[in-house]
Design a protein around this ligand. Structure first.
Ligand SMILES: NC(=O)c1ccc[n+]([C@@H]2O[C@H](COP(=O)([O-])OP(=O)(O)OC[C@H]3O[C@@H](n4cnc5c(N)ncnc54)[C@H](OP(=O)(O)O)[C@@H]3O)[C@@H](O)[C@H]2O)c1
Length: 285
């Protein structure tokens, strides 16, 4: 078995590289040319630009099992089609793809549609595959640091939506099992944390971590769009986020699954367990 990981310096990929090497597994990490690389004696870093799938072909030579993610991009789907094609031509046998909860090629929500189209590319490739469809990452809380520091608030247009958010480490754990123990012959795994919580509950947990009272402030989507635009977020990314927030408000991210426990043999971590890991960034911005 020869395993390659894309995004090995990112939120899920860095945790995946640690888990794989922790099992004594050698890992080929495909890294951005000239970019960061994951540390470790069992890690072989090979440069490949995920936005130029033709650069990925050589980097995948001899690889049997590939963890594939696509970075956030205005056209993730066509990027993904090129990457899957490169994997197939390189002789990869099994792809573990990082997709998203709610992925559906017919979805009106841009992120869900693009992930659905990315999934479709893997499904149509003829490769063996395992699709990981995680809900919102608990580590997204790091993005709240700015308003926590400035105003003791978490500002999101999500009302009292409940979300079964998941620890990125638990996603990595399932990916590590799928990569080293054969994965599935074409299953999509919805991955969630142990319970769905509101952002008011998340704020209460963050309050404990930072040692002062933090509250969730709900704002209108239009206002959120104005704030994002003034912070330089491009239009496509604003549309993507607003589409996602609408699904949260509609209750589409509340569902809790047992997949993490089924695959790892232990319960997924709760936000109250994960938030202390983020203490420094939540406290200091
Ligand atoms: N956040 C959520 O709540 C959530 C939920 C469900 C699904 N997802 C999906 O998860 C995926 C992102 O995963 P993540 O959050 O773990 O990633 P991330 O933290 O954003 O990191 C992206 C990784 O991809 C690498 N990368 C980016 N562009 C590259 C390029 N052109 N060539 C080579 N490497 C490149 C980065 O390398 P550098 O370190 O060099 O930049 C980094 O290792 C997305 O598809 C997203 O839609 C996210």
């Amino acid at each position: 078995m020869a395993i390659a990981v894309t995004g090995g310096t990112g939120t899920v990929g860095s945790r995946l590289v640690s888990r794989l090497t922790g099992r004594g597994q050698r890992v080929r990490a495909l890294v951005r040319p000239g970019g960061r690389r994951p540390a470790g004696t069992l890690v072989d870093a090979v440069e490949a630009d995920l936005e130029r799938p033709e650069t990925v072909l050589d980097a995948l030579s001899g690889i049997t099992d590939l963890f594939l993610l696509t970075p956030l991009h205005p056209d993730q789907a066509s990027l993904h089609r090129g990457l899957v094609d490169a994997a197939k031509r390189a002789g990869v046998q099994h792809v573990v793809r990082l997709s998203a909860f709610g992925a559906d090629p017919r979805s009106p929500v841009p992120i869900h549609r693009q992930h659905g189209e990315g999934d479709q590319a893997v499904i149509e490739s003829g490769l063996r595959y395992t699709l990981l469809r995680p809900n919102s990452f608990m580590q997204n809380a790091a993005q709240w640091a700015h308003t926590i520091k400035a105003r003791d608030t978490i500002v999101l247009p999500v009302g009292d939506a409940k979300v079964s958010m998941i620890d990125a480490g638990d996603i990595a754990e399932v990916a590590a099992v799928a990569l080293t123990e054969g994965g599935t012959d074409g299953q999509a795994l919805d991955l969630t944390g142990p319970r769905a919580i509101t952002y008011a509950t998340a704020a209460t947990i963050v309050s404990t971590v930072v040692g002062r009272t933090i509250t969730h402030v709900d704002i209108a989507p239009d206002e959120a769009a104005r704030v994002m635009a003034s912070n330089g977020v491009p239009d496509w990314a604003i549309a993507a986020r607003l589409g996602l927030y609408a699904t949260l408000r509609a209750g589409e991210a509340e569902h809790v699954t047992t997949t993490v426990a089924d695959w790892t043999g232990r319960q997924p971590r709760d936000f109250a367990e994960v938030a202390p890991d983020l203490a420094a960034v939540l406290r200091d911005g």
